[in-house]
Design a protein around this ligand. Structure first.
Ligand code: GLA
Length: 435
């Protein structure tokens, strides 16, 4: 009796502690997600270009290729809520809305895969999705099988229509197991932390269960929404940042750059802070309407390199340099003689004019070596500046804008590399992995 109980315990232990063995999302996922821009628009007669449909997904896939997003690293095309028919089919299987997705999901997946991209879909752990379509509840095994048959690569599982309690968390673990059992590699985005207080959400279970997870409320199309989410992250960083890493990420929600609701400064700020946070980069814009300056921000390879840094260490707010300006840093590669490189962002959150702040590198936590080479991202700086950690430097940050830097330790090894050091090389190959 005791032995059989022990065996059962071991089985459950293996099941609930090692359920995520999918090897996916070693870097924060990059792609496009329909929700923030297209929501639940289902009237294709009235808005043929704006409704959630096969056409929208194919048009976006094409734009990802032709406009350089795929090359920049964005690879997932994800349809959020409202792709469904109102009811399951007569066999209980999920089905897409037949008018908006006339070729079915497998055909759409083939189209996306043919363009070397990955297809993501949305569901909900409860009885219904947030917009009222059929949820996963009671159908975990067959739905996981359906998604694998459709060759889905990513699934966002929302948390509407279920009590936000421990039973909900257990359901996410259970559905993750069914996904794994399909044998298909499916990136698993969970939402339970967005439905309960941090203390209740059992963060330690997240990296074992999910590749990414929404932490807080939905992003809206405004700067105040972005700065509210950043405030949420900063307040809870001591609890949540430790759970991010290769394979498992905190998700502050979509990038809203490109929707003409942000100034250029605000767009750069969202991109920079999402890079510091090691956040998934999921754009939500009509890619055919994105301005070329916003496209440059979304495709800036230096800021993307910071986001995708292989160490996967989430950055932190380290200093309030003034009433308006916060300093955030993130540890990065290259590591030179055991010293990390860093990204440093000065963020002026307010709309009170430009703010001048003076700090030293040591004030913002760069204390491991005496000097750093520093290059500014979003600038055409040619040569890095060599900055002593105790030297004061002053940064002017415009209203609701950012100044983003990368700093590499100026150890004797790096000083020897000096002749190779240009800012354009700085991020690209990190000086041939330190000369
Ligand atoms: C919730 C999620 C959003 C979106 C909608 C869809 O609000 O947080 O990101 O998926 O549901 O209905």
């Amino acid at each position: 009796m005791f032995l059989s109980k022990l065996f059962l315990f071991c089985l459950l232990y293996v099941k609930y502690t090692n359920s995520l063995e999918n090897g996916l999302a070693r870097r924060p996922p990059m792609g496009w997600l329909s929700w923030a821009q297209f929501g639940c628009a289902t009237d294709c007669k009235k808005s043929p270009n704006k409704c959630i449909s096969d056409k929208l997904i194919r048009r976006t896939t094409d734009a990802m290729v032709s406009q350089g997003y795929l090359k920049a690293g964005y690879e997932y095309v994800i349809v959020d809520d409202c792709w469904f028919a109102k009811n399951r089919d007569k066999n209980g299987r999920l089905q897409p809305d037949p008018e908006r997705f006339p070729h079915g999901m497998k055909d759409l997946a083939n189209y996306i895969h043919d363009k070397q991209m990955k297809f993501g879909i949305y569901e909900d752990i409860g009885t219904h999705t947030c917009a009222g379509y059929p949820g996963l509840q009671g159908h975990f095994q067959e739905d996981a099988k359906t998604f694998a048959e459709w060759e889905i690569d990513y699934i966002k599982v929302d948390g509407c229509y279920m009590n936000p309690d421990q039973a909900m968390i257990n359901k996410y673990v259970e559905f993750g197991d069914y996904l794994n059992k399909t044998g298909r590699s499916i990136t698993y985005s969970c939402s339970w932390p967005a439905y309960m207080p941090v203390e209740q959400a059992d963060y330690s279970l997240l990296p074992k269960t999910c590749n990414l997870w929404r932490n807080a409320w939905d992003i809206g199309d405004s700067w105040s929404s972005i700065s509210g989410i950043l405030k949420w992250f900063a307040r809870r960083q001591d609890i949540i940042a430790q759970f991010a890493g290769p394979g498992h990420w905190n998700d502050p929600d979509m990038l809203i750059i490109g929707n003409n609701k942000l100034t250029p400064g605000q767009s750069k700020a969202q991109m920079s802070l999402w890079a510091i946070l090691a956040a998934p980069l999921l754009m939500s814009a009509d890619l055919d309407l994105v301005s070329s300056s916003d496209r440059d921000i979304l495709q800036n390879r230096d800021v993307i390199a910071i986001n995708q840094d292989e160490l996967g260490i989430q950055g932190l707010l380290v200093k309030k340099a003034s009433k308006h300006t916060d300093v955030w840093t993130r540890k990065l590669t290259p590591i030179v003689d055991n010293f990390h490189s860093y990204a440093i962002a000065f963020l002026n959150k307010e709309n009170n004019g430009a703010d001048k702040v003076t700090v030293t590198l040591s004030d913002v936590g760069l204390t491991s070596t005496k000097k750093y080479f520093v290059c500014e991202v979003f600038k055409n700086q040619k040569k890095p500046h060599l900055i002593n950690i105790n030297a004061k430097f002053t940064v002017k940050v415009n209203s609701e804008d950012v100044r983003l830097y990368k700093a590499i330790p100026a150890t004797p090894k790096m000083l020897n590399c000096k002749k190779h050091l240009t800012c354009s090389k700085f991020q690209k190959d990190d000086i041939e992995r330190v000369c």
